[in-house]
Design a protein around this ligand. Structure first.
Ligand code: B4P
Length: 189
């Protein structure tokens, strides 16, 4: 199985590139952001709780996102592999993911980190806020999301570096150019 973690700050292009990767490699896409937004759209109890947290730009508790991912991993029959988009966002989530995959006799193959500077992240997310009206794409929340990323999520990079699985890619440029770099890194596997 090919199991990829797509990593990077909010607005770095994870969701965008995940779509390209599943198109080429046929992997199962697991985005915790999308799963949470589906709960919000369904007005479930979990969704209502998550919305308050996401609108502030904070992280949803580890137990909730880990439980959502676990449910999907065990229910998938003979997948070619998974692409994890926006997960793990804490070292605790990364450890839980390793355990879940080990119980299925598999593991993370590669972590791809998209490198984008702060100014570009803010510009992209403000633009998406205007185009799509996502309630967490406003300046105050975006700045907190970036702060939370720097404080709570960047240690995840170290976690995969220590396992020799982390690869950094320049996330600035056209979507097509960045995808070519991703394919090159994936082909080394
Ligand atoms: P996510 O849905 O994961 O949102 P995100 O980090 O903003 O990234 P996204 O994938 O949407 O954006 P992308 O970079 O593709 O998370 C939202 C919230 O959910 C979090 O803040 C948190 O509260 C919660 N959450 C999710 N997962 C969690 C977890 N594991 N633990 C706890 N809480 C969790 O794209 C951004 C924009 O840039 C798009 O408009 C795109 O068109 C544009 N773009 C992409 N590539 C570009 C390029 N090369 N050039 C120009 N624009 C580009």
């Amino acid at each position: 199985m090919l199991n990829i973690v797509l990593f990077g700050p909010p607005g770095s292009g994870k969701g965008t590139q995940a779509e390209n990767i599943i198109g080429k490699y046929g992997l199962k896409h697991l985005s915790t952001g999308d799963l949470l937004r589906a709960e919000i759209a369904g007005q479930t109890e979990l969704g209502m709780k998550a919305k308050k947290i996401m609108d502030k730009g904070e992280l949803v508790p580890d137990e909730i996102v880990v439980g959502m991912i676990e449910k999907r991993i065990v229910s998938e029959k003979d997948p070619e592999g998974f692409i994890f988009d926006g997960f793990p966002r804490t070292v605790k989530q990364a450890r839980a993911l390793d355990e879940m995959l080990a119980s299925q006799n598999t593991s993370i193959s590669l972590m791809i980190s998209l490198d984008v500077d702060r100014e570009e992240l803010i510009n992209r997310l403000i633009k998406r806020g205007k185009d799509q009206g996502r309630s967490d794409d406003n300046l105050e929340t975006i700045e907190n999301r970036i702060r939370v990323y720097e404080e709570q999520t960047t240690p995840v990079m170290n976690y995969y570096e220590q396992q020799g699985k982390a690869r950094k890619i320049n996330g600035i440029g056209s979507i097509e150019e960045i995808f070519i770099h991703i394919v090159n890194v994936m082909n080394e596997k």
